[in-house]
Design a protein around this ligand. Sequence first.
Ligand SMILES: [Zn+2]
Length: 371
Amino acid sequence: MKQLLKDLIRTKPTLEHGERAAAEVLAGYFQQHGIEAAVDIWDDKRANITAHIKSDGQKPALLFGAHLDVVPAGQEAWQSPPFEPAERDGRIYGRGSTDMKGGLSAAATAIVEILEEGFPLQGDLILTATAGEETDSCGVYRFVERYKNKLPNLVGVIVPEPTDFTIVTAHRGICWLRIITHGRTAHSSMPQTGVNAVMKMNRLITHLTEMQLIHTPDPLLGSPSMSINRIEGGNAPNVVPDRCWIQVDIRVVPGLEPEDVIEQIRGLCTRLAGEDSDFRADIELIRAVPALHVEEDSSFVQTVCKAVDIDKTVAVGYTTDGPHFAQLGAPLVIFGPGHSHVCHKPDECVEIQDLEKGKQYFKKIIRAFLA
Ligand SMILES: [Zn+2]
């Protein structure tokens, strides 16, 4: 399991490099243990991998849905190179060790061990690991589209993201926007002859940061959040800029749809344009993932809880590909090894004992549904 994790980290499956090498490493691992896995490659470097272990089909199937990609290493220094896995102090360090190569390795190893122990499956066992979760969910869209008519009935989906072994049944959704302000170029020695798109954006940002999105607070997930995470504008130090854009990450709660968010921000822009005839802005939706809320009392969730002997489910603020897997029409929980607070940061690491624990938990879950 440690070796598989290290091999996966080395493949550097960022957006730039793609997931193909990671998919091939995992396919090789399965193959070594006599399990066929299908690698689906597109755009030369993007890939999903799916292993479908068939049974006599007496019971509905169990699906593990993971992602292969990782975020880039970032600008801050790491203690050891991010894509050269290092083992020290009982941990494995490397980009993706927690998010989510750790959970993926634990689930893949659990499947291999269960089969090697001769466990008779009464329902199909499926693992898929998809591309692009950190950027646009392209892989899970592709998986759902290609497999929705091929898959047997599912009892449920386990998403082995790092939840530190809490059973997550609800999370907020994503609404990513690009907002562009427009202006008119001019020589910057005579700024009054142009319209400065950066200054218009400055005004918009001031209002955005004070804005409260109108919503109904969710009893589990609370309120939406908004974070302005990218900005770009202008072409030269001596030209009044005619364009400036920002990217905004809004985490939505159930009932607050991307269209509602856009509508409300458009309302703000209309108000600003009313006060300033030179103000002009466009809003584009870049990405939307719905919020997730699975019934805690459903028999799937209760069976997972009983299998791992954890009786509490939780709601979290971050977002996963879970809602896309939920399109398959099955209940779902997010549950896996690793702490979410080390994700997307330098010196990302996973405790080796948590990998082991994760594998044991996944074996218990497989037995609970497929025995
Ligand atoms: Zn993740």
